[in-house]
Ligand binder design. Structure first.
Ligand SMILES: [Zn+2]
Ligand SMILES: [Zn+2]
Length: 201
């Protein structure tokens, strides 16, 4: 803990002990930790900055969409009693690699995917190929929200093994041509990607 933290903490506890407002240090006129005046000022601040703070939070959430997908997947697997095995489970870098391999397109309808609002029809979602298995790296592909909720994969993947599906993705990736900036890059290499919400990764 740094010196400043210790200082702030001791001030904080001293003010509570002396029944002072923890924000301004004046005698507290309420049973809460901050005085009426301070609470009023903070409420105005919250009101005035609501849009800015909401946008900040949204941008932050969008920038870590890959980590959020992994967390949500883990939650749903745990909830549905699908066993989560660490070494075979999806990772944020696996999601970014899939996004690159699929050229940021839905596997089923070729829609370009976005991560700004993933509940929109063209939002990026992960789909488990085998419904009885958890979100393992070899059981997950990317598709749009619409194809996911409509379970399009159930029809399109009939008779295919997961390996065949990934092989098809790989062939399609190679056939679709490699953009100049990616020419020297091994697509399987897990290179950290900077967040570019509107640009195909
Ligand atoms: Zn105060
Ligand atoms: Zn789709």
């Amino acid at each position: 803990m740094c010196h400043l933290d210790t200082y702030c903490k001791s001030t904080y506890t001293r003010r509570i002990a002396n029944n002072e407002c923890v924000r301004c240090g004046a005698q507290n006129d309420s049973s809460l930790r901050k005085c009426t005046k301070c609470r009023g000022l903070e409420s105005i601040w919250r009101k005035n900055t609501r849009d800015r703070r909401r946008d900040q939070e949204r941008r932050y959430k969008q920038s870590i969409y890959d980590q959020r997908i992994c967390c949500h997947s883990r939650d749903s697997d745990t909830k549905m009693n699908r066993p989560v095995v660490e070494h075979s489970y999806i990772t944020p870098s696996r999601i970014r690699m899939l996004r690159r391999l699929q050229r940021n397109k839905c596997l089923y309808c070729n829609q370009t995917l976005q991560v700004l609002n993933r509940r929109q029809p063209d939002g990026l979602t992960v789909e488990r190929l085998r419904n009885y298995l958890p979100h393992n790296s070899d059981n997950v592909i990317l598709c749009c929200h619409q194809c996911n909720v409509r379970r399009i994969g159930n029809k399109k993947n009939i008779g295919k093994t997961n390996l065949q599906i990934f092989y098809d993705i790989w062939c399609k990736y190679k056939l679709s041509g490699v953009p100049t900036r990616e020419k020297k890059m091994d697509p399987l290499q897990r290179e950290p990607l900077r967040f570019q919400p509107d640009i195909i990764v």
